[in-house]
Design a protein around this ligand. Structure first.
Ligand SMILES: [Zn+2]
Length: 223
């Protein structure tokens, strides 16, 4: 059961197509996994549509058409888009990932994990923008990530497994937003690995014992 969702404002920004591409991907993936947010998305879309119908042509923004097409492109998958319909991917933990993730995978080279610490691997994804680093993070069973704070926003969606931090436990489909200045230390449950999809606005600053070293080992590569 999904317990953690984007807030209403973020969902509204997603619906009208005003989120930057990095966060947009994470929210789109959550909406595709979450019936609750999908229902809200459809309600907001319907309301937005009726407002647009009452607008004059001149009052529409110049890029309204592109925004609309972008929304359609990332809207929840139609029925029938099952795992069996998709091309095979190299990472079994992503088999049940939502369509927007599979679409991104199709545009990227096969997944190559880079070890950051013994418990943490990551794979950066190319998304055609330079404001956010979009990547997968894979944590081993019982793994702990060095305590870190955030210089920019970090949006995370759990695609597989579970992890916890001082604020709660996060399972498949749960969405987290960490604001600049927040400190946390995610720990994975012992029973299975955890795989997350995230967009990071600026380099995270590791504050623990190994933080100084790791800050130099994890360069920031948006795109
Ligand atoms: Zn939700």
């Amino acid at each position: 059961m999904i317990r953690h969702h984007p807030d209403k404002n973020m969902l509204l920004e997603y619906t009208v197509g005003s989120l930057p591409e990095g966060p947009n991907l994470i929210v789109a993936a959550h909406v595709q996994m979450c019936t609750e947010c999908r229902a809200q998305y459809h309600t907001m879309n319907t309301l937005g549509g009726s407002i647009l119908e009452n607008c004059t042509e001149q009052s529409l923004k110049e890029n309204a058409f592109e925004q609309l097409m972008g929304r359609i492109d990332q809207s929840p998958a139609p029925k029938g888009n099952t795992a069996a319909d998709r091309p095979k991917i190299s990472e079994p933990l992503l088999n049940d990932a939502p369509p927007v993730v599979h679409k991104l995978l199709a545009k990227n080279p096969p997944i190559k994990w880079k070890s950051i610490t013994p418990a943490l691997k990551m794979c950066r994804l190319s998304t055609g923008q330079d404001k956010y680093e979009v990547s997968f993070h894979r944590l081993s069973c019982g793994g702990k990530v060095a305590e870190h704070d955030h210089r920019g926003a970090e949006l995370t969606l759990v695609l597989y497994g579970r992890f916890s931090d001082s604020n709660g436990v996060y399972g498949r489909g749960d969405f987290l937003l960490r604001e600049p200045g927040e400190v946390h230390r995610p720990t994975v449950t012992e029973d299975q690995e955890c795989l997350c999809f995230s967009a990071v606005q600026a380099p995270v600053a590791l504050t623990g014992v190994n933080g100084w070293l790791l800050n130099r080992l994890i360069p920031f590569h948006p795109g």
